[in-house]
Design a protein around this ligand. Structure first.
Ligand code: ZN
Length: 101
C-alpha cells in the first residue's frame, strides 16, 4: 500500500528519500522540537510512516518529552532530556545493528 506515497515522493524535489534509521533517530529531537527544515521534515515523516521501528521510537520519545516538559523544574528537565536523547541514540545504534540478524 506504499505505491501512492512512493509516487508522490518522486514528484517532490527533495532528492534522496533515503534516511537511515540511525540518522532519523539523530534528527528526532529536532523533529519533536519543530526545528527541522521542511525538507528534513518530509524525509522524517516518510521514514516513520514506512518504518515501524522508527515510528514506535518517535512515539515513545515524544511521550517522554511531554512528560519531561510537564515537570515543574525547567532546568532539570532540560538536562534530563539531553541525557535521555543521548541514551536513546546510543541504544539505537545497537538496536539497528542487531535488527538485521
Ligand atoms: Zn527506521
Amino acid at each position: 500500500m506504499n505505491g501512492m506515497a512512493g509516487k508522490l515522493w518522486d514528484l517532490l524535489p527533495f532528492g534522496s528519500k533515503d534516511l537511515s534509521c540511525v540518522k532519523l533517530r539523530q534528527m528526532s529531537s529536532d523533529f519533536l522540537e519543530g526545528t527541522l527544515g521542511p525538507k528534513d521534515m518530509w524525509k522524517f515523516s516518510y521514514h516513520t510512516e514506512r518504518c515501524k521501528g522508527c515510528g514506535t521510537f518517535v512515539s515513545s520519545l515524544r511521550a517522554t518529552i511531554q512528560t519531561l516538559n510537564s515537570l515543574p523544574s525547567q532546568n532539570a528537565s532540560e538536562d534530563l532530556k539531553q541525557r535521555l536523547m543521548k541514551q536513546f541514540s546510543e541504544d539505537t545504534k545497537d538496536t539497528t545493528h542487531n535488527a538485521g540478524s
